[in-house]
Design a protein around this ligand. Structure first.
Ligand SMILES: [Zn+2]
Length: 283
């Protein structure tokens, strides 16, 4: 049996690689003429800098799609990381030993082969206190010399989520806002999760721009995925507002959630998030 690795590198195109962390998180490395763009850092169990070096020796810039621990805790391995300031408090609050122990435990249940490899003392002792987090906003451009990535703010899964659009390649990197994987929107409302109409507005905004991209690269699950997913996710939220009565409670490591399934997509939400949307009659 082949030994399981923490990070697995896959070439998607000559200029686009995916580094899959613990069979779960998609980290992307895009090769431009002058430099690389690294999209997300994962939990950071393994030193991502080693993986980047295997792909290219060009300089790179690191950008987080949002501040959740599975995409941003690995920032501690870098000096400078771009993140929308609205997600920085969340990332800082999850940067502690308790969170790290619970995510390691959760992962080892799924991947017992990694026992002894995850959760080193070095990992538990790490923190992001010394990382310079640089803010990003709508319309910012990451210019790699040939490829140019435009920042589009897409709140809804978190307050500070962003997507990255490359018009020439027709690629859109979406973090956890648009994905075929379960969408987790059940952390504390409204401190950590925006109201549902914010998410709906994001799906409508991206649907309007759908001629600008062909392939979507999410932060979990299969990649790339078809852009038709955006319409499905918009419908999923509208469906939830009418058909939530039979949704069941499931347990996750960040707490219990209701789970709404629509056209093969699953949306995890809290009672408070739904109640707020029903009360305000969002459409
Ligand atoms: Zn997330």
């Amino acid at each position: 049996m082949k030994e399981k690795q923490i990070n697995v590198i896959t070439k998607i195109y000559n200029n686009l690689y995916c580094i899959k962390e613990t069979e779960s998180v998609n980290i992307y490395v895009i090769i431009g003429k002058d430099r690389l763009l690294v999209v997300d850092t994962g939990y950071g169990y393994h030193d991502l800098k080693d993986d980047i070096a295997k792909i290219s020796d060009k300089p790179y810039v690191v950008v987080l799609t949002h501040g959740h621990p599975d995409h941003g805790l690995g920032s501690f391995r870098f000096k400078e990381v771009y993140l929308n300031h609205k997600d920085l408090p969340y990332l800082l609050s999850s940067d502690n030993r308790k969170m790290k122990e619970s995510v390691v435990e959760y992962r080892l249940e799924k991947m017992p082969e990694l026992k002894g490899k995850l959760g080193s003392d070095e990992y538990y002792a790490s923190n992001i206190d010394n990382v310079a987090f640089l803010d990003i906003k709508e319309g910012d451009i990451f210019d790699l010399g040939d490829l140019k990535f435009e920042v589009i703010v897409v709140p809804g899964h978190s307050y500070g989520s962003i997507a990255l659009l490359e018009r020439k390649m027709k690629w859109l990197f979406t973090g956890d806002v648009i994905s075929n994987y379960n969408i987790w929107n059940h952390s504390k409302f409204p401190e950590e999760t925006p109201p549902l109409d914010v998410l709906l507005d994001t799906y409508r905004k991206m649907d309007k721009r759908k001629d600008e991209f062909d392939e979507i690269f999410p932060a979990h699950g299969e990649r790339p995925i078809d852009k038709a997913v955006i319409k499905d996710l918009e419908e999923m939220i509208l469906d939830l507002l009418h058909n939530y009565q039979n949704d069941e409670v499931i347990h996750t490591f960040i707490g219990d959630a209701y789970r709404h399934v629509y056209k093969g997509h699953a949306f995890l939400y809290s009672k408070e998030l739904l109640q707020d949307a029903l009360k305000r009659e969002i459409k």
